[in-house]
Structure formats: C-alpha cells, structure tokens
Design a protein around this ligand. Structure first.
Ligand code: SF4
Length: 302
C-alpha cells in the first residue's frame, strides 16, 4: 500500500536513493520493490516505546546524512528516529501531536480513504493532492524454481485462508471451495493461520514457507483466493489473477491494487465494522458469502 508513495517520491524528488527502515518480517517484500535501494531492518516491537533503542538507531542513521524522511505510521514514537537522526525534512501526518518531531505536517482526511492514496499524499506538500491514477505496485519476480522445490506443478491455485488482523476477516468456507476446484491447491499463510487451515484439502504449506517463497508461489499461481490480508496485496503486486473476499473490512479502504483482481463483498448493513471478531455474533458478512458465489467469480474470469 506504500509502494505508490515510493514511486511518487522517486518522480518528485528527481530519482533519489531511497532507504526504508522496517521490521524484519516485511523486509523481503520491500527488497522486491524497484524503488527501494536498501532496507534497514529494525526489530522495534509494536506498542513498546524503546526510547534508548530509538535514540541509538537515530544516531546511527545520522551518519548516513539523509535529506528527507517520510514517516508512515501515525504514532508519536515512530517520528522519534528521524528526529534523533537529525534529518532536516521530516514529513508525516499530524498523528499523535507530532508537531516539532515532524516539520512538514499533513492533516488527516476525515473517514477511511484508500490507504494507497493516504500514503501517496505524503509525496506532496500539505494541501496538494497526488495526481491520479496512482502507480500500480509491483514486486520483482524471481522465476518458478520455488514451485518445483515444493513439488508443485503448474497450473495450481493458491488459497490464503488466514488474516493476521483477526477472525472477522477470515472466510469460513475455504475447505469447501478447495474441494470444488480443479487442479492442485496450495495453502499459504503464517504459523498463526495453521489451526484454521487444518481441515482444508490441498498441499498445506502454511507456516512452512519464507515470505520470499510465498511471493514466488503466489506469482506462479494460476489463481489466488484470499481474505483481506497481506498476501492479498502480494497477489495484486505480482499481477496474479485473484479473487479477494471482504467481510468486516472495506475494499474501498484497502483494495487489492490490480486490474486482474476480482472483489467479493456482501456489504451487509453492519459492514465494514473493522472489528477483529464479530461484535454481533452472527458474522453474516462472511458466513453469508456462499462458496457458489466465489466459484461464480472464479469462473467469470476463466
Ligand atoms: S458486525 Fe457485521 S461486518 Fe462486523 S464482523 Fe459482524 S457481521 Fe461482519
């Protein structure tokens, strides 16, 4: 969702070197972006202030003499590192009262807009909207040796039944869908998705691949079916044919940025609620999304 911002920074600032400070789990994704020259991994835990660690990192980065920093998260602590690094231009949303830590401060738009646009705005001066359409995200592909290494032969379908955010984003019928698909079915996801995927038929690689391998397997698939999750965005950024299933979240906020993606969203009255678990108990945004409806969407693109 941040890659269009990186493309726009490249254009607007005359092709600068771009380095990204990011947690280790996302580094392999960033390394596949043509806009990124270097990824600096920092394992700063979510929720922890780690003031000393941020100070040390900031001072280390000071030696790199950056001209410009863009802070994507909204937290106060996330703006500390570029401040400690003495980077002269520090851009971000006002967030948690970050005036002073940042010196080019954007006001948030009311409501939930598309995240790609939200980030891309940081390439402009406050008050200026980025030109549309935004560049489409694209991850570098590394060939198809990964599928062969896992004993998978094309054509195959990848199912991603997990969603890190919580059960309210997880469609409950992946098992029934898998049983009705032609050809080999491969299941991908992180270790935390393992339990939910136990009964789904197919080659279960959940928790057994690196992020790099998962990207390769998605890029080589004939079709990917996902919830609204990180792997949905990977499928979009590898231009793989995909069907994305939305329930408690909205495809207007975090759509797969791809012209070959199909979205299925019932848009029930209570949706989007953005809750991790269904606060009403009936979970009709996903329970009501029948396998036949998803198959219809798959066949409409066959
Ligand atoms: S409240 Fe509605 S949108 Fe939210 S999880 Fe429950 S059924 Fe889905």
């Amino acid at each position: 969702m941040a890659q269009p911002l990186l493309s726009r920074l490249r254009e607007r600032l005359g092709g600068p070197r771009i380095e990204v400070l990011a947690p280790p789990w996302v580094a392999p994704v960033l390394r596949r972006m043509a806009e990124v020259d270097e990824v600096i991994e920092a394992d700063l835990r979510h929720g922890a202030l780690q003031l000393g660690e941020r100070w040390r990192l900031g001072r280390m980065l000071k030696q790199r003499a950056y001209d410009h920093a863009v802070v994507l998260p909204n937290s106060w602590k996330s703006a500390l590192i570029p401040f400690f690094a003495g980077i002269p231009v520090r851009v971000g949303y006002a967030g948690d009262l970050r005036f002073g830590l940042l010196n080019i401060v954007h006001a948030e738009k009311p409501g939930r807009e598309a995240m790609a646009l939200h980030y891309a705005r940081l390439s402009e001066m406050p008050g200026t909207e980025p030109a549309l359409p935004l560049p489409v995200p694209r991850l570098r592909e590394k060939g198809n040796e990964t599928a062969a290494r896992f004993g998978i032969s094309a054509p195959y379908t990848v199912l991603c039944p997990g969603a890190e955010y919580g059960p309210a984003k997880r469609w409950p019928y992946f098992g029934e869908l898998a049983a009705k698909l032609d050809g080999e079915v491969v299941l991908l996801g992180s270790l935390s998705d393992k339990k939910d995927a136990e009964k789904i038929p197919g080659k279960n690689l959940i928790g057994q691949t690196t992020i790099d391998e998962a990207i390769d397997l998605i890029a080589g698939a004939a079709l990917v079916v996902t919830n609204d999750s990180g792997l949905m965005h990977v499928a979009a950024a590898t231009a793989t044919r995909q069907v994305a299933l939305f329930g408690s979240s909205s495809p207007e906020h975090t759509p797969p940025q791809s012209t070959v993606a199909r979205i299925v969203w019932l848009r029930v009255d209570c949706s989007p609620c953005y809750q991790r678990s269904c606060p009403l108990g009936h979970f009709k945004c996903m329970n009501g999304l029948a396998v036949e409806r998803v198959l219809e969407e798959i066949k409409s693109r066959s």
